[in-house]
Design a protein around this ligand. Structure first.
Ligand code: ADP
Length: 275
């Protein structure tokens, strides 16, 4: 699939501002970025990885824009995998990933966006959030950590915060890695059985799974309230790791390419003599 066709297909997975979102109605096995053939998809993903590296080089050289990629999804939906694989050809000088855990220490004594703002990317860089300020509305509402009116106000603060980032030169792209309940079960069972993965499985993951529908509703509500033209949400079908990566790579390349970043002009005349 070429870039333009891919983008049209992916647009159907963008959550339009004001639209309602019904995740249960969206197929987590869908392959919207696929051209239909595994071998061409593999070649495409390789190309996109290289293009992303090149575009990031321009972003870094240009120093005018920043990019923030927010990755969310239920446990085992592949947030770590996306960071590892989609960005493998991007220079570590220009990309930073940050994982947000349960707020601790001084974080708990500040407003919920304090620690988040501190990790937003400076111009010239890409930041990837593995979890984000959206935990402060989703987990907070599911676990009743804050009262409902405060969750509603936080959603409004998030919209304003992200709009401010966009106004100041940051591209904000938010992806919900959409896994089916069955596939999560497979992945959690695999974690339990695999020596190298056992450390990843926590009792809280099993407990959260029991509240799957409550979490899903909370995610729908948060996404509906915060998908804007300036900072859109996309749902990324994530039952296939490979197809998930392909779609994320396609979206990243599209959003970076849309910046039309040029390398800065040469500082020296071309006939400068280098001794
Ligand atoms: P992961 O599950 O992403 O591999 P961890 O095992 O460290 O990483 O889990 C991070 C945990 O922190 C998740 O359960 C997540 O819901 C929680 N968390 C992150 N941010 C917040 C927040 N702002 N409020 C409450 N819980 C949060």
């Amino acid at each position: 699939m070429n870039g333009q066709h891919a983008l049209k297909a992916l647009d159907a997975w963008r959550v339009a501002p004001g639209a309602t979102l019904d995740l249960a109605a969206l197929d987590a096995d869908a392959h919207p970025a696929s051209g239909g053939k595994r071998s061409t998809d593999e070649a495409r993903l390789k190309d996109l990885g290289a293009t992303l590296g090149e575009l990031q080089g321009r972003l870094y050289a240009n120093q005018q824009k920043a990019v923030l990629l927010v990755l969310q999804g239920m446990d085992a939906s592949g947030k770590d995998g996306v960071v590892r694989r989609v960005f493998s050809q991007v220079s570590p000088l220009g990309v930073r990933a940050h994982a947000f855990a349960v707020p601790a220490g001084s974080e708990t004594r500040h407003d919920f966006l304090w620690r988040v703002h501190a990790q937003t990317p400076p111009r010239g860089e890409i930041a990837i959030f593995n979890r984000s300020h959206y935990e402060d509305v989703v987990v907070a509402s599911v676990r009743n950590l804050v009262p409902a009116p405060q969750v509603t106000r936080r959603l409004q603060h998030i919209r304003h915060f992200e709009q401010m980032l966009v106004d100041e030169g940051t591209v904000v792209l938010k992806l919900f890695l959409h896994l089916s309940y069955e596939e999560q079960g497979e992945r959690l069972r695999d974690r339990l059985a695999t020596r190298e993965k056992q450390w990843k499985l926590q009792a809280s993951d099993i407990a959260d799974r029991a509240h799957w529908k409550t979490f899903r509703r909370a995610w729908e509500r948060a996404i509906e309230a915060t998908s804007t033209d300036a900072a859109p949400w996309y749902v990324v079908p994530a039952n296939s790791r490979f197809q998930r990566d392909l779609m994320v790579a396609e979206l990243m390349v599209h959003h970076l390419a849309a910046l039309h970043l040029e390398y800065p002009p040469a500082t020296l005349p071309p006939d400068t003599i280098i001794p």
